[in-house]
Design a protein around this ligand. Structure first.
Ligand SMILES: Nc1ncnc2c1ncn2[C@@H]1O[C@H](COP(=O)(O)OP(=O)(O)OP(=O)(O)O)[C@@H](O)[C@H]1O
Ligand SMILES: [Mg+2]
Length: 268
């Protein structure tokens, strides 16, 4: 179980809290989509969970272990159990696809470099099998920088498979992909959830995608949770709460065809 207890975060020089005493309990096997306007605190929430950002207050507990209380060594070890996918993939662009996937089995990114020569046959076999799962086995020797965005995100998912995490965090993993590719990547992420029972917490900008894949939706508004329920309970009124009208110009962005709240029929 993942538990956030009173997590607050305020960035240096900022007047307002990016996260304001957030409490959240996520049970094993849940697929949680986090929705909210730009600047609502979605990335801060995800990043405070594995301490890519340090929360100012509160505690994050994962399977009985306090992540917020961990020292650097313990943190490295726990990060091995927590997979992460990002909008801009966070791969090593000049390295091969295979090397990137194998790197997933090392909890510490800087350290794996020294290990490149020490990849075992088993590492390679497992990495190739992970690549096969995302349909990229043929591209194992290609440099990552020569791949399309959708292929890169599938490499990132293969890296997660290699890592065998029990929790996957994602910060807008499909935001820089076109609709068809995004759907394909979401299908792979959903596979991690359905076939392997991995607990998933993803920030998404696409409400329809969240509805289609998540078992639970958490809405954040100005650093506070304003919605937390099943996709079925997310109606127009709830969406208006999560995506409040812009105070400056009074325009309700829900009425605009902004990508941010893109409720397309395609995925329903
Ligand atoms: N490194 C930082 N330094 C200062 N302020 C920051 C930093 N990162 C985020 N913030 C601020 O914290 C608030 C929450 O930002 P966060 O990135 O968590 O939002 P978000 O919901 O992920 O937005 P987006 O949808 O645009 O990615 C915003 O007001 C943002 O300006
Ligand atoms: Mg963000």
């Amino acid at each position: 179980m993942l538990e956030l207890k009173g997590i607050s975060k305020r960035y240096a020089g900022e007047k307002t809290f990016a996260l304001n005493r957030v409490d959240l309990r996520i049970m094993p096997g849940e697929f949680v989509a986090v929705l909210g306007r730009s600047g609502a605190g979605k990335s801060s929430l995800i990043r405070c969970i594995n301490r890519l950002e340090e929360p100012d207050a509160g505690e994050v507990v994962w399977n009985g272990q306090s992540i917020t209380g961990m020292n650097a060594r313990e943190l490295r070890s726990i990060r091995g159990e927590i997979g992460m996918v990002f909008q801009h993939f966070n791969l090593l662009p000049r390295m091969s696809v295979l090397t990137n996937v194998i790197a997933g089995s090392f909890a510490v990114m800087p350290r794996w470099r020294s290990l490149i020569g020490a990849f075992t046959r088993e590492d390679r076999t497992r990495a190739l099998s992970a690549l096969r799962e995302v349909g990229l086995e043929e591209l194992a020797k290609r440099r990552v920088e020569d791949l399309s965005g959708g292929q890169k995100q599938r490499v990132a998912i293969a890296r997660v498979l290699m890592q065998q995490p029990t929790l996957l965090l994602g910060d807008e993993p499909i935001s820089s992909l076109d609709a068809v590719t995004a759907k394909r990547v979401m299908t792979y992420i959903a596979g991690l959830h359905i076939e392997r029972g991995i607990t998933i917490v993803l920030n998404l900008h696409d409400v329809a995608m969240a509805r289609a894949y998540a078992t639970r939706i958490v809405g954040i508004t100005a650093g506070c949770i304003t919605f937390d329920d099943t996709p079925e309970q997310l109606g127009e009124d709830e969406l208006r709460l999560i995506y409040p009208p812009d105070e400056e110009d009074g325009i309700n962005i829900l009425n605009l065809e902004r990508n941010e709240v893109h409720v397309s029929r395609e995925y329903n």
